[in-house]
Design a protein around this ligand. Sequence first.
Ligand SMILES: NC(=O)c1ccc[n+]([C@@H]2O[C@H](COP(=O)([O-])OP(=O)(O)OC[C@H]3O[C@@H](n4cnc5c(N)ncnc54)[C@H](OP(=O)(O)O)[C@@H]3O)[C@@H](O)[C@H]2O)c1
Length: 251
Amino acid sequence: MTLAIMRHSHSADMSTASSWEGLTGTALVIGQGGIGSALVQELGERLPQLDLLWLGRRSTPRLDLSCDGDLDQLGEVLAGKPPLRLVINTAGWLHDSQRGPEKRLARVNRAGLEQAFSINAYGPILLARAIESSLGHGEAAWFASLSARVGSIGDNRLGGWYGYRAAKAAQNQLLRTLAIEWRRCLPSVCVTLLHPGTTATDLSEPFRRGVPPEKLFSPERAACQLLDVLSLQCPEDSGRFLAWDGSTIPW
Ligand SMILES: NC(=O)c1ccc[n+]([C@@H]2O[C@H](COP(=O)([O-])OP(=O)(O)OC[C@H]3O[C@@H](n4cnc5c(N)ncnc54)[C@H](OP(=O)(O)O)[C@@H]3O)[C@@H](O)[C@H]2O)c1
């Protein structure tokens, strides 16, 4: 049992030891929303020795995952820092004032699909390319990105939400492919796709009326659970799609 797991009684019961004790270097969290903010807070408490970099569309430097210039600049920022040991991408898009998830085919349009794919699918893999040369430097490192259970094709029984579902499924395939490549050229890196569970943030706000209170996580609880799961992964586990309780989600 690790210290991290003992501290959070709602965490999944997992028996493997965490490999994060004594972890040094740089941690990068992308996304300044509900889960991203809570992860930064929790990481700061659990691993204060890490040099923590938190970037998003409102940070300085800015990191908008749909902007190639911002991604290029990220490479330069990281070049001056200790090696990256932990990267967690929490940026994601489901709705904004212009559009939201499509309940039926008639609502599907090119602009909505492009928006969903730009942030949820292209963003994470282009982030991986931007940070690759800063990752690990031979030491163990973790690259995680938040996905969603609705991105599971095997688990899709309800339909709807075409763009978001498909974009998360595309992210899963892109990062699974990345995990296979890095197994060869960066074998000390673990790539993980994480489903946080339904969490009370702006992203879920319009869609969670039917969710029972015990199934709706606070961002703080979601962050603790995600770190508990991720800290138990090792490079041999690279390429998995895991839920907040450590269970495997079908592709
Ligand atoms: N909440 C849930 O129930 C739930 C369930 C399953 C999966 N997830 C996934 O969990 C992740 C975190 O979501 P959340 O619940 O924390 O939602 P959130 O509070 O809405 O946060 C999402 C963040 O993504 C950022 N973002 C959007 N587009 C971006 C871009 N192009 N570049 C950089 N950042 C960008 C937003 O930035 P701004 O602040 O600038 O708008 C926002 O801070 C997402 O991937 C989501 O799909 C959430």
